[in-house]
Design a protein around this ligand. Structure first.
Ligand code: HEM
Length: 386
């Protein structure tokens, strides 16, 4: 009924045909409505985050153990309690001077130039270095991470078309990163340091310590979830400000609007376009029956433009209030890194506006977007600085 192209277009903001739609070919139930998306994310007993069990080649527990984003309560609750300790608002707020120093350092390295690729220079390295430093990993490994992550993103391009090959590729990349992290975890068991990896190795949940696999998988999740998304948020916001020059001028003049601009960019261009759940029981959503053991796909970009929640949904408004968008998720899995990404975005834009009052995208070299339909992010962003 709908061709592949049309399906992919919906996630970029066009109006979907229904709030819930069952794709008979893939047997996936697609959710586009805001209320229905919130309902799915708020009910882990019916809509489990452990969707792996329904995928063709089940991913081994060695990779998922400790990957909290795939766990349901009560296991999820225990792990989340533990890692919340590493992400208290106070600890994140304390990082502000370091984030500012890193931003200035990265821009200083550029020297006196007229142009740059904002992703290469800042939007990619800043979040990687911050999360790598928090964990206690050497920032010098960032080139290696970048190559791996770029490959990882590209491998998800045709996710629906060749699920088995896609999973194979992802697994190979994840294994590489895990082997690297394991070396560091083992080292921390012998030689504790003042870093998050040591904290995780020594932490106890209900009297039990985390296994090496659990620490490795959690660190892996932080590295992947922690930087690809923030990179996208920073770069997507630059593009959005170019599209809306009056709003950009307002924000430059009144920096208190930066946080609202970041939230609005996330609403309109959410990096994670889709979240997957698996039904545990027969259920009903938005008037549609969904049997148990079915994959449910929440399309965040569509839900974030549901006009019954967001008036003028296709207009970029940094003063939109309230702005209850779903780019950070909702419910028990609400993004752990939200305060950190918000901090990085606020500090980075403040410094960029100070240093480059005329920064704009380069009309001769348009931004290059990630090709994956599951992800909205600019991967190359040439900008003119003066
Ligand atoms: C703009 C940046 C970011 C966006 C848009 C984003 C988005 C999300 C979303 C949508 C979820 C929920 C997934 C689900 O329900 O299936 C999530 C969870 C998570 N995020 Fe983020 N994230 C960002 C930055 C970060 C950062 C910087 C970190 C860590 C340093 C991080 C760590 C996590 C973790 C650990 C979870 C799992 C939480 C749980 O399962 O309880 N994220 N994120």
């Amino acid at each position: 009924m709908f061709d592949t192209h049309e399906k992919h277009v919906w996630i970029r903001g066009e109006r979907p045909p229904a709030t819930v739609w069952w794709d008979e070919e893939t047997n996936i139930h697609h959710v586009y409505g805001y209320d229905e998306s919130v309902e799915v994310m708020g009910d882990p007993e019916t809509f489990s985050s452990n969707s792996q069990r329904l995928l063709p080649s089940a991913i081994g527990s060695e990779v998922t153990d400790g990957n909290m984003v795939r766990l349901d309560p009560p296991e999820h609750t225990q792990l989340r309690k533990l890692v919340n300790r590493a992400f208290t608002p106070r600890m994140i707020a304390d990082l502000e001077p370091r984030v500012a120093a890193l931003t200035n350092e990265l821009l200083d390295e550029l020297g006196d130039v007229d142009r740059m690729d904002l992703v290469d220079v800042l939007a990619y390295p800043l979040p990687v270095i911050v999360i790598a430093e928090m964990l206690g990993l050497p920032a010098s490994d960032r080139v290696w991470f970048k190559e791996l992550m770029t490959k990882h993103m590209h491998s998800s391009r045709d996710a629906l078309e060749d699920v088995a090959a896609e999973l194979e590729q992802r697994l190979a990349d994840i294994r590489l990163l895990r082997a690297y992290l394991r070396e560091h975890v083992v080292e921390r068991r012998h030689t504790p340091r003042e870093d998050m990896l040591t904290g995780l190795v020594e932490a106890e949940v209900d009297g039990e310590r985390l296994t090496d696999d659990q620490v490795v998988n959690f660190a892996n999740l932080l590295l992947i979830a922690g930087h690809v998304t923030t990179t996208a948020m920073l770069a997507n916001t630059v593009v959005a400000l170019d599209v809306y020059p009056e709003q950009a001028a307002r924000i430059r003049a009144d920096r208190t609007l930066i946080p609202g601009a970041l939230e609005e960019s996330l609403r309109m261009y959410p990096p994670f376009q889709r979240m997957i759940r698996a039904t545990m029981v027969d259920t009903e959503l938005g008037g549609h029956k969904i049997p148990r053991d079915r994959l449910v796909s929440i399309w965040v970009g569509a839900a974030n433009r549901d006009e019954h929640v967001f008036p003028n949904p296709h207009t970029f408004d940094p003063t939109r209030d309230p702005n209850p968008h779903l780019a950070w998720g909702r419910g028990v899995h609400f993004c752990l890194g939200t305060p950190l990404s918000r901090l990085e975005g606020r500090v980075a834009f403040d410094i960029l506006f100070d240093r480059y009052p005329a920064m704009r995208t380069d009309p001769e070299r348009p931004p290059v977007f990630q090709p994956s339909p599951d992800f909205t992010g600019v991967q190359e962003l040439p900008v003119i600085l003066r």
